[in-house]
Design a protein around this ligand. Structure first.
Ligand code: NJP
Length: 243
């Protein structure tokens, strides 16, 4: 309680569920996403513990400003959850749009880098902090029509390991969380593509975003660091039982 957690992609889905969960536990939460109205509405629902910061994570200066206003408002920054992500445009590589392919890299990979770059000096000055990247099974194996997404998530997973290595001497730990299939807007987009086996999964195979929020809470606590390898995967049945 009293800690400050910045969550990117907080306008809906996993990010919004995490914001509610952290606030319930007494943390101050900074809600980052492009949809101004959605983050403002969620901040209104949570109350004085929440700050809405409309921001496009693919633009470094906007992310830096979000970190600055977090510290100005709540006095510190204990954790950054790099959750903002996109999967569109879903397309086989050979027919993909060369202009659009890099969109996922700008958000899912560079956006995560931007959060680390802006937060790590602040965390170093404070004596430590936690950085969590929302990863994916797609970081570790190819999925057809998701080359942009797989490449961005694989890059973000390695980036997170680099941040952890460099952060250790400053009390900063960085970890990945691979959530499995979660019932959110992103899964609606995947289903409407109908292009690979993932798009044909039944909704009953999906976990609610609140489970991911519970795992994030655990990871931000002291046990998360001690028990974690390089990435926590919620596909693991043992974990699903605990959640
Ligand atoms: O998806 P969705 P999830 N700047 O679409 C925001 C990963 N994941 O909750 O900007 C700032 O409901 C967007 O807000 P807005 C996935 O890759 C999921 O499922 O207002 N924010 C919204 O709040 C992603 O990294 C599954 O449009 C930006 C949020 O991102 C994370 O989980 C499986 C932005 C997306 O919410 C959350 O996704 C898996 C930008 N430029 C990994 N662009 C799954 N759902 O099954 C987007 O393995 N956002």
């Amino acid at each position: 309680s009293g800690k400050c957690v910045m969550i990117t992609g907080a306008s809906r889905g996993i990010g919004a569920a995490a914001a509610r969960e952290f606030a319930k536990a007494g943390a101050n939460v900074v809600l980052v996403a492009r949809s101004e109205e959605s983050v403002a509405d969620l901040a209104g629902e949570i109350g004085a513990q929440a700050l809405a910061v409309p921001c496009d994570v693919s633009r470094y200066w906007e992310v830096e400003a979000a970190v600055r206003v977090s510290v100005e408002t709540f006095g510190r920054l204990d954790a950054v959850i790099g959750n903002a992500g996109v999967i569109e445009p879903i397309s086989l590589l050979a027919g993909s749009d060369p202009e659009g392919w890099g969109h996922a890299i700008d958000i899912n990979l560079k956006g995560v880098y931007h959060g680390m770059r802006a937060a790590m000096p602040v965390m170093t000055g404070q004596g430590g902090g936690t950085i969590i990247t929302i990863s994916s099974g797609a970081a570790h194996g190819p999925v057809e029509a998701w080359s942009h997404y797989c490449a961005s998530k694989a890059g973000a997973a390695m980036l997170t390991r680099c941040a952890d290595k460099e952060g250790r001497d400053h009390g900063i730990r960085a970890m990945g969380l691979s959530p499995g299939t979660v019932a959110t807007q992103m899964q609606r987009e995947i289903k409407s593509s109908g292009i690979n086996p993932v798009s044909r999964l039944d909704w009953s195979d999906h976990i609610p975003p609140e489970w991911v929020a519970t795992a994030l809470m655990w990871m931000c606590g002291p046990a998360g660091d001690a028990h974690l390898g390089e990435e926590l995967s919620l596909r693991d049945e043992d974990w699903r039982r605990q959640l």
